[in-house]
Design a protein around this ligand. Structure first.
Ligand code: F6P
Length: 358
């Protein structure tokens, strides 16, 4: 009997469990495969931590956020320094592959963002193990798919926050800067900004200037709107230039973005008559029960991943393109993040709605 494995890597998001459920159900019921769940992403592959997954292990998880398998967004198998970064870096990929072989795994389904999928591609290049990726990240920046699992739920969460913040901004006649996640991509800020009716939306892909923001706020005041909602992606550059970081998390890991809204508030407070406040939504955006869209997307992509393995496909990522579910070579998907194009229809609509976008 064929045995496949599934793992979730990178930052968690709602919809991972829905995808795990789909992979397990389709693989076991549909194809008669055995499924092994690798715990905590590449960390579990190196440390040899896994659990058997049968249909009864994935019952009731469709609506549950996070991942029953756990995840790690700091493990690089080629430069591994222990679960807590406590050891000197070594190449642990051979160990990871030995564990894969010892478990009798014939193909690996990897749920990941661009970082995890890049590592999966490198692993597949070096060792003879077929990989099928499923894009998941609230950032929505994985190539080869119009939507990544988790994005829709994050947009719903941010939109809900924007709705709630509207009333307090209006009551106090304030300017509110709301910071969203997304790293170098502005998808969450753009979609939630439009869905929440923000007045200013700043994304890393577009340059802005302080005068433009001040003019937009002043124009609103002149029209009797004495409050402003600005949704700003964490990767937007500071007024003085360069991204804003809250922490450096270690040599083996990316610096953590955070603080652009406070930087903007500090500068604009001096130029505006209204009070300015900044708010970072943070990891709240990665939580909660997946929306129906994310559950359906995760189910579709999970089923397609298993079908791809059954058809002999390898080293590809499954994704939604228009109304179709397609595969794209891992090599193409990991060429860099999928950013918001200047001519994206949502940018056009936001501009036509009179939002300031830089
Ligand atoms: O990539 C997903 C993401 O949530 C980014 O939007 C954010 O910058 C980062 O992960 C936060 O990572 P951590 O969980 O390590 O703080």
């Amino acid at each position: 009997m064929k045995r496949i494995a599934i793992m979730t890597g990178g930052g968690d998001c709602p919809g991972l469990n829905a995808a795990i459920r789909a992979v397990v159900r389709v693989a076991t019921n549909g194809f008669g495969y055995e499924v092994v769940g690798i715990q905590d992403g590449f960390e579990g592959l190196i440390e040899n931590r896994s659990v058997p997954l049968a249909a009864n292990n994935v019952r009731g998880i469709l609506r549950v956020g996070g991942t029953i398998l756990g995840s790690s967004n700091r493990t690089n198998p080629f430069r591994y320094n222990g679960p807590r970064g406590e050891h000197p870096e070594t190449d642990a990929s051979e160990e990871a592959f030995k564990n894969v072989s010892d478990l009798g795994i014939e193909a690996l389904v990897v749920l990941g963002g661009d970082g995890t999928l890049l590592l999966a591609g490198q692993f597949a290049d070096r060792y003879d193990i077929p990989m099928v990726g499923i894009p998941k990240t609230i950032d929505n920046d994985v190539r080869g798919s119009d939507y990544a699992i988790g994005f829709d739920t994050a947009v719903a969460t941010v939109t809900d926050a924007v709705d709630k913040l509207h009333t307090t901004a209006e009551s106090h006649h304030r300017v509110l800067f709301i910071e969203t996640m997304g790293r170098t991509a502005g998808w969450i800020a753009l979609y939630a900004g439009v869905a929440g009716g923000a007045d200013v939306v700043l994304i890393p892909e577009r340059a802005y200037n302080l005068d433009g923001i001040v003019n937009a706020i002043d124009a609103r005041s002149s029209n009797g709107h004495r409050f402003t909602i600005a949704v700003v992606a964490e990767g937007v550059a500071a007024p003085s230039g360069g991204a804003v970081y809250k922490a450096k998390a270690g040599e083996n890991h990316n610096w953590k973005l955070g603080g652009i809204c406070q930087s903007l508030a500090d500068v604009l407070d001096k130029r505006l008559d209204q009070e300015v406040r900044a708010l970072v939504l943070g990891h709240l955006q990665r939580g909660g029960s997946p929306t129906p869209f994310d559950r359906a997307l995760a189910t579709q992509l999970g089923a397609k991943a298993v079908q791809t393995i059954a058809d002999g496909g390898q080293n590809v990522v499954v994704g939604i393109q228009g109304l179709s579910v397609r595969t794209t070579p891992l090599r193409e998907v990991t060429l860099g993040p999928r950013l918001v194009e200047d001519d994206h229809p949502m940018i056009t609509a936001a501009r036509q709605m009179g939002m300031y976008l830089g």
